[in-house]
Design a binder for this molecule. Structure first.
Ligand code: ARG
Length: 298
């Protein structure tokens, strides 16, 4: 089943109707050795050029590695590359998946900002070593695609949620849907501070999601409400200033989130999730936090 859906009326299935997909159990992290804010490609980076405390960034990054290891995830670490300061946000260069026959495949990104294009080949070379089948979409047809910054798998189901507007182009999802043989729910993003879907939507488990509502159109909100039983809402302050929605819930139970998101954390705990707070202040200067500082793969 492949198609791109843009309104709730087009959705003629329930989550439970969709084929299952195993959740990824491995985590890739890229060392922040060369991380800094060197250019401005999102509003959060403004005023932060050259302003990263490298020691602090390294500490924050190490704590996250420890966190995944404590949960039992297998963490692989890749060296950073000089001149590619945003490579630490290794969710963005690709969209990995496992097909119906268990084959590992990956769609490589086509980054919007020229400053980030060189990151894709670094991650691609790593996938080759891992034995993934590499899929390159035709850039002249798709526009841009920023991997798991905008394209998020529904937890354990063959359904993709695809953000578009600032980085990824809507046109990309047609080919993505075909390559994945999976429907894509396309969500238009309307606030430039929430330029990637992972800044305003966090998959929690099959039935629950955390979102920042004002980053979406009405049509988007209707689709989210149609498919999730529980939609937890983040406040503007926590979503924008603390990147509360750029959290991650790798196992459907434990949530890793930027520290201080008191309101979201209470809602998560009330809904039965275990919350683990991390400091990602240095990375927030570049417009990213917990979710995009890692790649989950099989
Ligand atoms: N400076 C990076 C950029 O603007 C940050 C990327 C953060 N990634 C994310 N998925 N939110 O591209």
């Amino acid at each position: 089943m492949n198609k791109v859906l843009t309104s709730a009326e087009q959705i003629d299935f329930k989550i439970s109707d969709l084929p299952a997909m195993p959740a990824p159990s491995k985590v890739l992290k890229v060392k922040p050795t060369w991380f800094d804010v060197e250019y401005v490609i999102n509003p959060h980076m403004k005023d932060n050029v050259g302003g990263v405390d490298k020691m602090q960034a390294a500490n924050e990054w190490e704590h996250l590695v420890d966190g995944y290891e404590e949960l039992g995830f297998d963490v692989e670490i890749l060296d950073g590359v000089k001149g590619l300061p945003d490579l630490v946000f290794c969710a963005n260069q690709s969209l990995p998946f496992i097909d119906e026959n268990g084959n590992k495949k990956v769609i490589m990104s086509s980054m919007r900002a020229p400053q980030r294009r060189g990151e894709v080949e670094v991650i691609e070379a790593w996938y080759r070593k891992k034995g993934y089948e590499i899929i390159q979409l035709d850039e002249s047809k798709i526009g841009n695609l920023e991997g798991m910054g905008d394209a998020l798998w529904h937890f354990k189901r063959r359904l993709l949620w695809g953000g578009y507007g600032f980085r990824t182009s809507l046109d990309a999802y047609d080919q993505v849907s075909k390559a994945l043989n999976t429907p894509v729910i396309a969500l238009e993003l309307v606030d430039e501070k929430f330029y990637h879907l992972d800044t305003c939507m966090c998959m929690l488990n099959e039935k629950s999601v955390l979102i920042y509502e004002d980053a979406f159109t009405e049509a988007g909100i209707e689709m989210i409400n149609k498919l999730f039983e529980k939609v937890i809402l983040a406040s503007k302050y926590e979503a924008e200033k603390l990147f509360a929605v750029n959290a991650t819930c790798p196992d459907g139970k434990n949530v890793f989130i930027q520290q201080g998101s008191t309101d979201v954390n209470k809602k998560l705990r009330d809904a039965g999730f275990s919350v683990h707070e991390f400091s990602t202040y240095e990375f927030m200067k570049s417009g990213g936090s917990v979710f995009c500082m890692k790649l989950m793969y099989w």
